[in-house]
Design a protein. Structure first.
Length: 286
C-alpha cells in the first residue's frame, strides 16, 4: 500500500488557503464596490413646505377705496342738479293747482277734457297755441288761444289780465333735436322778462320736457331731452325762477317714460298728465 506524501498534503493545503484568501479578498472588494454604489443612489428631494403668508390686519392696513360712480344707462333720464330745481314737498293738493296757469302744447287740453282741474275757473287755466305746438325756439313770440274769447294773445298779456299766482310752462318735445342752447335761453329770458314786467309777483316755473318711452320710434330721444332739460334748468337759474324736474320724477326704473303714460310714446296721455300733476302738487315753491 502507498503511503501519503506529507509534503504533497502540505502543498495542497497551502493551495487551499491561498485560494480561500483570494476569494475572501474578492468578496471584500465586491462588498466595498457594492456599498459605494448603493450609498450614492440619489434620494428623492423633499419639497419645501410653502411659506405661511403673514397675516395682516386688513381693517387697519387696507386703504379705503372710493366706490365708482354708476355708469348712466344709455337713454335714461338723468336727475337735475340745478340750484333752481324745486324740492319735494308735501302735497299742495287742488288748492295749489287752482292757482296755476298752464302754458303748453295741444296735449295739455287733457287737463280740461278729463276734468283733472277742479277749480271754478279751471277753463281759464290752460293756454295752448293755435298750432298746438309750443316750440322751444319761439317761446318768446308764441301766442295762445284764449279759452274765453278765442283771441290769440301772448303769455304776458294773459298774466297782465288774470294775475295768476303761479305760471308753469311745459314746452313740446317735438323737434327737440333742432333747438340750440343760445336760442332756447334767449327765448326763455325774453318770455320770463315780459311776464314779470306785467306782474312781478307771479311765480314762474319752467317744467322740464317729459321723457319718451323706450319703444318710441320718432326722432326725439331721451339723450336729447337730457341735454335740453339741462339748458332749461340753466335758464331758470339765470333768470331767478324755478325749475320742475318732472322728467326724472316721472321716469320708470329703466329711465324711460312708462308706456302707460303716453299714447304715442312722446306726448302725455291721461295717465301721464295725472302723474305730471302729482309731481306739480308735490313740488310747491317755498
Amino acid at each position: 500500500m502507498r503511503k501519503n506524501n506529507p509534503k504533497s498534503q502540505k502543498a495542497v493545503l497551502n493551495h487551499f488557503w491561498s485560494l480561500a484568501i483570494v476569494i475572501c479578498l474578492l468578496l471584500c472588494i465586491f462588498a466595498v464596490i457594492f456599498s459605494s454604489v448603493v450609498g450614492h443612489v440619489p434620494q428623492p428631494k423633499k419639497e419645501k413646505a410653502a411659506a405661511t403668508p403673514e397675516v395682516t390686519d386688513t381693517a387697519e392696513s387696507a386703504e379705503p377705496t372710493a366706490t365708482p360712480a354708476p355708469t348712466p344707462t344709455p337713454g335714461a333720464i338723468q336727475k337735475s342738479t340745478s340750484s333752481a330745481s324745486l324740492a319735494e314737498t308735501s302735497d299742495g293738493g287742488a288748492e295749489y293747482l287752482n292757482q296755476i296757469y298752464f302754458f303748453g302744447d295741444g296735449s295739455l287740453s287733457t287737463l280740461n277734457d278729463e276734468n283733472l282741474l277742479s277749480g271754478e275757473e279751471s277753463d281759464q287755466q290752460v293756454w295752448i297755441p293755435g298750432a298746438e305746438i309750443l316750440d322751444l325756439n319761439i317761446l318768446a313770440t308764441t301766442t295762445y288761444v284764449s279759452p274765453v274769447t278765442g283771441n290769440n294773445v301772448p303769455a304776458a298779456e294773459v298774466v297782465e289780465v288774470n294775475h295768476p299766482k303761479y305760471v308753469i310752462i311745459l314746452p313740446s318735445v317735438d323737434n327737440v333735436q333742432d333747438v340750440t342752447e343760445s336760442d332756447l335761453k334767449s327765448a326763455y329770458t325774453t318770455l320770463i322778462g315780459s311776464i314779470l314786467l306785467e306782474n312781478p309777483e307771479t311765480v314762474i316755473i319752467l317744467s322740464s320736457l317729459t321723457p319718451v318711452t323706450e319703444t318710441y320710434v320718432g326722432d326725439e330721444t331721451n339723450e336729447q331731452i337730457n341735454t335740453v332739460n339741462g339748458w332749461i334748468a340753466a335758464a331758470a337759474e339765470e333768470n331767478n325762477v324755478k325749475y320742475l324736474d318732472a322728467a326724472y320724477a316721472m321716469a320708470g326704473a329703466d329711465g324711460y317714460l312708462p308706456e302707460t303714460y303716453s299714447n304715442d310714446g312722446a306726448h302725455l296721455g291721461i295717465a301721464g298728465f295725472k302723474a305730471w300733476l302729482e309731481v306739480v302738487r308735490t313740488h310747491v315753491p317755498g
